[in-house]
Design a protein around this ligand. Structure first.
Ligand code: DQA
Length: 157
């Protein structure tokens, strides 16, 4: 069916060795593999990206506007980036925000997300499994959107 774009922000390339007590030992390649496997089981495919640069992440969001939906872990940019939020607000399909850790149980500056207000759902604190849940949720929202559109088209026919 469609392509689900999974976007990752700064420092997530270091997963596996970055503060393993917090973020665990799975690498970003492991997370990517989980996303591909989950999407394939649902008849979707995944495009997976990581960048350390805010502008590049904004470009990747814009490029994902044609995809079935977006899963985004904006990492530190979650808590700072109006530009990223503005870009995500232009995505027509579902957007699911994901965090490996429970950001609400961490430092106060992590309790604010510029992304949540433009996301359909937020998943935090489930580790890498959160990405699989997010991919599943985007796929579920896509199929309900598709059937709503089909009903709408049938009603108009
Ligand atoms: C994170 C949480 C952010 O606060 C942090 O800056 C990250 C990772 C997470 O996945 O838990 O880089 O998004």
């Amino acid at each position: 069916m469609g392509t689900i774009t999974v976007l990752n922000g700064p420092n997530l390339n270091l997963l596996g060795t970055r503060e393993p007590g917090l973020y665990g030992t799975a690498t970003l390649a492991d997370v990517e593999e989980l996303c591909h496997r989950t999407a394939a089981g649902l008849g979707h495919r995944v495009e997976f990206h990581q960048t350390n640069h805010e502008g590049v992440l904004v470009d990747q969001v814009q490029a994902a506007r044609g995809s079935a939906g977006v899963v985004v872990n904006a990492a530190g940019l979650t808590h700072t980036s109006v530009a990223l939020r503005d870009a995500l607000a232009t995505v027509p399909g579902p957007v699911v925000e994901v965090h490996l850790t429970n950001v609400h149980a961490r430092e106060p500056f992590r309790h604010t997300s510029y992304v949540s207000g433009v996301a359909d759902a937020v998943i935090a604190g489930c580790g890498p499994d959160g990405y699989a849940y997010a991919v599943r949720h985007v796929a579920a929202l896509c199929s309900s959107l598709c059937s709503e559109r089909q009903l709408h088209d049938l009603a108009r026919a």
